[in-house]
Design a protein around this ligand. Structure first.
Ligand SMILES: [Mn+2]
Length: 251
């Protein structure tokens, strides 16, 4: 439990006088709006960029948790400086992808059934479907971003496949093949979520921040620093392109 010692409105954004950039990344939120508030209210949680690793919604233990999370995250992106950051970046997770495709294909589709099976809420579905700006926002979420030596992505990467050949399905859904690889082969430390672990898992060239918020109550975050002048590809974003993945299961 976090003691509330300040409000987000009192935070000041650190002015960057060097080329050292500070990022705070947060794992799968899954509608755990209380834990998200607990993190962003911490006075030390400030920096150049806040990155949410995707799966903001579904399986929330709180009443209306998905809508509250959506409203808070949209506000954070709209007014990041009030939350202690210059930018708030939200990545696409497999749950965001399932919502988008459920709305595109309708409530009779198999993806809608899969999404419901994985904790999708029918009322939240209507909320998204009936709000064009929200749906467009969801569709605009990048699959990954690269900041210095770090790559932030929801699921992970397929080992030994060049970045430009990674598929949307792998970036959003991959688990064992990525976790079990000795070295995924990309020149980044891959910071990801998607597969719940009891505590933050720092492995060789990858870090898993998904600590199963919706059942453990633990939403995890980690701070990262990188030097912008050292080969940074900050801002590189690849939009979803191949949309016909076989999505077997989700967490
Ligand atoms: Mn998840």
């Amino acid at each position: 439990m976090v003691t509330k010692t300040t409000t987000t409105a009192q935070k000041s954004v650190s002015s960057t006088v060097s080329d050292h950039m500070k990022i705070v990344a947060i794992g799968d939120v899954h509608g755990c709006v209380k834990q998200l508030v607990d993190i962003i209210e911490r006075p030390e949680i400030t920096g150049d960029e806040l990155i949410l690793l995707g799966d903001l919604f579904d399986r929330s233990p709180f009443f209306n948790g998905d809508s509250l999370t959506l409203a808070l995250v949209r506000l954070m992106q709209e007014k990041p400086q009030e939350f202690g950051f210059n930018t708030v970046t939200v990545l696409r997770g497999n749950h965001e992808d399932a919502i988008i495709r459920s709305i595109e294909q309708g409530p009779e589709s198999s993806i809608y059934d899969l999404w419901q099976y994985n904790g999708g809420d029918a009322e939240f579905y209507e909320t998204i479907r009936d709000s064009k700006p929200t749906l467009e926002w969801l569709k605009s979420l990048p699959l990954y971003v690269i900041r210095g030596d770090y790559m932030f992505v929801h699921g992970g990467v397929r080992p030994d496949v060049p970045l430009e050949e990674q598929t949307e399905q792998d970036l959003l859904w991959i688990r064992e093949e990525f976790h079990d690889a000795e070295d995924h082969g990309l020149p980044y430390t891959v910071v990801h979520g998607h597969t719940p672990v009891p505590e933050i898992d720092v492995a060789h060239k990858r870090i898993n921040l998904d600590t199963g918020s919706f059942f453990s109550g633990n939403l995890s975050f980690m701070e990262f620093e990188y030097v912008e002048s050292m080969g940074s590809e900050a801002g590189k974003i690849r939009q979803a392109d191949d949309r016909d993945c076989e999505c077997a299961h989700a967490v």
